[in-house]
Design a protein around this ligand. Structure first.
Ligand code: ADP
Length: 497
């Protein structure tokens, strides 16, 4: 059946794992070395499946297939309309398997099944359709030039793209990169995160069923320093689209520079502020804020993890924020009655707990949470610190877990300065009723997206990306196509003689 179940456990239906090998040139194959790695279930640490482990030799084969498909294959040469039609079929197939695909990400990443079905997988379908619709609307412009010359620009696909993605949104990250790359006419080698390879392999299979030619999408699961590094240093890869930490973004940009100077589109970390002014609607501020930090167990690059509250409402806000934090129901992400699952793996679980210890030892006050939330699995209680100062690790570093740092500020200028006191610049939230204040603050915050009286206000048509060390490309919207295109100018004389 389309939604084949491996077994039930207390009414919870766990999906069958169908694809565990590398996908190269349209076929599922073992790795050259024959080695595999384990992907684990964060609910209990158990092994879900052994996945073929891609390394340099496998990346070489995948890049060769992508190179051939780009240099000699149909995909970059067919009309945008035809590419769009195949992408539409791909989207239809994903829509047909929503339940099973959502369950794969729940099993692999500990994401809520209810969210996967309602948000992540439908968003993937939407993303493909959006860029499918764009595939036949990619154009350059005409240039009048001097009296003797005229010209035009061609927007050409950039070539073979290495797609390196993280584990927090395995499906969304895959499609935010693969879809515009497909629309542009690129071919690609995708390296999913080692924690979450399952859904990407399934998408490779569905792409083939939809009619995406062999070699256009290759998927090579494996580790960062091996498979990932092989992609970013490859002489035949023209561009790398990356989402992950700033540290790894830097490593990728270095190896891109040291090899063939390939383009890199980095979407990196964040430590996004939410600024709550005295005149904000406190009910709304508390609930938005709780969502901003604890949604997807805090494994969100735009998490609003630094919360600055103006002194007039600070005490009330803190009291209510603690109540809101305690109302999250931490537990099995397959269980519809839970709304926070486990951290993705043991490393992340331990890293978040370590940050919590830092917070305590640096003198912040732990108001709620701070401990594992279950005897087994990687669950952590929603955690709030107050008395946090700007220099503390928990105020500066991306924790990627359910940990909120609450800080008090007095004047508007102080609020702006604090919000900008970070090496990152991904997102910011502003809560106020005062339009003048909102406009002043929106224009003063150095971040790629500002959410006013909302948070996670995502719309596919809205470009999104980082200022400062959060990256330098834009994803989503028509702007994302630029990451996968390059401009050629064609110039000719006006007259033959
Ligand atoms: P996170 O902190 O979200 O785990 P990382 O930046 O560590 O993010 O990883 C994101 C992606 O980058 C993963 O697919 C990972 O395997 C890959 N990666 C890690 N190290 C490297 C590297 N040195 N070169 C290329 N890719 C890497």
């Amino acid at each position: 059946s389309g939604n084949g179940a491996k077994g039930t456990n207390g009414g919870i239906v766990v999906p069958e794992i169908k694809f565990t090998k590398l996908f190269i040139n349209g076929e599922f194959v073992d790795s050259v070395s024959g080695s595999t790695f384990e992907t684990r279930d964060p609910r209990n640490g158990d092994v879900i499946a052994n996945i073929a482990e891609g390394d340099k030799e496998d990346v070489d084969l995948a890049v060769k297939a992508a190179r051939e498909a780009f240099d000699h294959g149909k995909w970059p040469r067919m009309s945008g309309y035809e590419r769009g039609r195949i992408m539409m079929k791909f989207a239809d197939l994903i829509e047909a398997f929503i339940e099973e695909l959502a369950a794969l990400d729940t099993l692999d990443a500990g994401k809520l099944l209810s969210m996967g079905k309602a948000v992540d997988i439908p968003a993937a379908v939407h993303i493909i359709r959006y860029y499918a619709g764009a595939a036949d609307k990619i154009h350059g412009y005409t240039l009048k030039l001097s009296s003797e010359l005229q010209g035009y620009t061609l927007k050409e696909p950039i070539g073979v793209v290495g797609v390196i993605i993280p584990w927090n949104f395995p499906t969304t990250m895959f499609f935010l990169k693969v879809s515009p790359a497909l629309a542009a006419g690129c071919t690609m080698v995708v390296k999913p995160a080692e924690q979450t390879p399952l859904s990407a392999l399934y998408y490779a299979h569905l792409a083939k069923l939809a009619g995406v030619p062999d070699g256009v999408i290759n998927v090579v699961p494996g580790f960062g320093p091996t498979a990932g590094a092989a992609l970013s240093s490859h002489m035949d890869v023209d561009s790398v689209a990356f989402t992950g930490s700033a540290e790894i973004g830097r490593a990728i940009m270095e190896s891109a520079a040291k090899s063939n100077l390939k383009n890199v589109s980095p979407e990196l970390g964040g430590k996004s502020p939410m600024i709550v002014f005295d005149d904000a609607d406190v009910d709304m501020a508390v609930s938005l804020n709780s969502l901003a930090v604890f949604f997807n167990k805090g494994e969100v690059c735009v998490a609003g993890s630094r919360v600055y509250v103006q002194e007039g409402i600070y005490d009330e806000f803190v009291k209510r924020a603690v109540e809101a934090a305690r109302s999250w129901k931490v537990g099995d992400p397959f269980d519809q009655s839970r709304n926070m699952g486990p951290q993705v793996d043991k490393d992340q679980f331990e890293s978040v707990l370590k940050y919590i210890e830092h917070g305590k030892s640096e003198g912040a006050t732990l108001l709620t949470g701070g401990k594992p939330a279950a005897d087994k699995g990687y669950y952590i209680e929603p955690t709030i610190f107050v008395d946090v100062t700007e220099d503390m690790k928990i105020a500066q570093e991306e924790i990627f877990g359910p940990v909120m740092s609450l800080m008090k500020f007095k004047t508007v200028e102080e609020g702006i300065d604090c919000a900008n006191n970070t090496k990152y610049g991904l997102a910011a939230g502003i809560l106020s009723q005062d339009l003048d204040l909102i406009n002043t603050v929106s224009r003063s915050i150095k971040a790629g997206i500002i959410w006013v009286n909302c948070y996670f206000g995502f719309d596919l048509d809205c470009p999104y990306g980082g200022y400062k060390m959060s990256g330098n490309c834009r994803e989503s919207g028509m702007d994302a196509l630029d990451n996968y295109l390059q401009t050629k100018s064609v110039v000719m004389p006006l007259h033959n003689s």
